[in-house]
Design a protein around this ligand. Structure first.
Ligand code: SF4
Ligand code: SF4
Length: 478
């Protein structure tokens, strides 16, 4: 029993309240493997349902198409992004920046109010680790105690077969996740080509799948909770994002302390409700004791709430010794209210979302720029004609092929496209040059504003006003 307690990170008798070391690191700086007991209870059941729904959404999304295009695509290599069927490219960088700022403000606001609820309920790392890989481990190797027993015994046929099957299944799932992950980057059609074509035709794609599979396998079979406690920047930021009004998973020390084990026939009326059973510690996947207070390792998985509620039921005390609560609500018994910090973040977020919505609603299918070619003023042509040369840049953000035509709108003259006619492919960026030729009789000033209509066949897309330069006219000519 004592060895089991040590493996499960139960602090020794003199050191029950505060930890001064990382739960997953030994005094010598070595990794301490966590063997969390399988959780059960109402929160775990609810997380099972939500995780199943989120996993289904994650897996199905790359297969969904709207008008034959993906619902979601994050093609970082070609800087093409499709969100809910709408194409975004490098020209939408301003939208990306505003969306990123809004996301950061949302995360700060959400965390200030609800703590790390995202980590426990929606983070892919927690869902895959606790709801997929950990369940398989319990299924093959048994609960925490059986796993410790298996790991401490010498290699034999039983241990080898269990380990072999577990790692084979782990790698299979990591391979599946890497395929789904890649489908979000290159699209399901490309992924199916990689799977069905000859391997030699998609060497790069196969290398990517192999690397992703290896990384996912390493994370879920070995690195595990270290992602949350060491790598994840969101976890590391908790110290500045949380305050005493944030709702976190907390131990009610006012009700629970002084803690003490139940001893038969002894007056324990001076003790709090915590019976020091360590059930909240042995279920913790990051190996911490929530009774020591809020800790950055806590991923809000709710396992300790279920474990403690179960104990409270058994000793006939009210549930909720560990629960979702703010520090102030526990210590000062105050009801939760919106703090000035939360109100200011909410206002800022509302403004940012308002700007983003306005820009999205007014976003056109084209981004068009016309500039007089830098470094060139004008060219004098025969028959009193003056020409200016212009650079045209068009981005077709739509999914249609579009023939582009240019026309002079507000002045008599000629517009000549240099090169072949423009037929834009979906999401193509085209750079072209064109000449505008005007008669000197039309030009009363050195700088004449001209309107250029950009057409999709005969349908006006937009009108752009630019300047036309001409030589200064002598007084007599005017
Ligand atoms: S302290 Fe509780 S909620 Fe936090 S990680 Fe451990 S078991 Fe999960
Ligand atoms: S499970 Fe509840 S009663 Fe048991 S040690 Fe944890 S807080 Fe105390």
């Amino acid at each position: 029993m004592s060895e089991y307690k040590a493996e499960l990170l139960i602090p020794d008798e003199e050191n029950q309240s505060f930890r001064n070391e990382l739960a997953t690191v030994t005094e010598e700086g070595k990794r301490r493997w966590i063997y969390p007991k399988k959780p059960s209870g109402r929160f775990y059941n609810a997380r099972n349902i939500i995780s199943a729904i989120l996993l289904l959404i994650l897996v199905v999304t790359p297969f969904i198409k709207i008008n034959n295009r993906p619902l979601m695509l994050f093609d970082f290599l070609n800087r093409k992004f499709i969100l809910f069927g709408i194409y975004f490219g490098p020209h939408d960088f301003h939208l990306f920046v505003i969306a990123m700022i809004a996301t950061i403000v949302f995360i700060i606001l959400f965390t200030a109010i609800f703590g790390r609820v995202f980590c426990g309920w929606a983070c892919p790392q927690t869902i895959f680790m606790e709801m997929v890989f950990r369940k398989i481990e319990y299924w093959i190797e048994g609960n925490a105690r059986d796993q410790i027993k298996l790991n401490t015994q010498p290699m034999n046929a039983n241990k080898f077969s269990k380990k072999f099957i577990k790692h084979l299944v782990f790698f299979g799932i990591a391979f599946f996740i890497s395929n789904i992950f890649l489908a979000y980057i290159i699209g399901m059609d490309e992924l199916i080509k990689i799977i069905t074509d000859r391997p030699s035709e998609h060497v790069q794609g196969l290398i990517a799948i192999t690397i992703f599979s290896g990384v996912f396998y390493f994370i879920f079979s070995s690195f595990r909770e270290q992602v949350c406690t060491i790598v994840c920047p969101y976890g590391r930021l908790q110290g500045v994002l949380l305050d005493r009004d944030s709702i976190v998973i907390a131990y009610d020390n006012v009700r629970g302390e002084p803690r003490g084990k139940i001893i038969k026939d002894e007056d324990q009326s001076h003790l709090g409700d915590c019976i020091d059973c360590y059930q909240c510690v042995v279920v913790c996947p990051t190996g911490i004791d929530i009774r020591n207070g809020i800790q950055l390792e806590c991923v809000n998985c709710t396992a300790c709430i279920d474990a403690c509620d179960d104990i409270m039921d058994k000793i006939k005390k009210p549930r909720g010794l560990i629960r979702y609560a703010s520090t102030n609500s526990i210590e000062k018994k105050t009801k939760w209210t919106l703090t000035p910090r939360a109100i200011s973040y909410s206002l800022l977020l509302t403004v940012l979302l308002g700007v983003l919505t306005f820009l999205l609603l007014n976003r056109s299918d084209f981004s068009i720029n016309v500039l007089r070619t830098p470094g060139l003023l004008f060219q004098e042509q025969p028959d009193d004609i003056v020409s200016n040369i212009y650079d045209l840049n068009i981005v077709n953000k739509s999914f249609d092929e579009i023939p582009i035509a240019l026309r002079l709108e507000n002045i008599q003259g000629e517009l000549k496209l240099i090169g072949k006619e423009i037929i834009m492919k979906p999401q193509e960026i085209v750079d072209a040059k064109f000449l505008v030729l005007l008669s000197k009789n039309e030009l009363l000033k050195m700088n004449t504003p001209i309107d250029i209509g950009i057409y999709n066949k005969d349908k006006l897309i937009t009108k752009i006003t630019t300047s036309f330069l001409a030589p200064m006219r002598k007084k007599a000519e005017k």
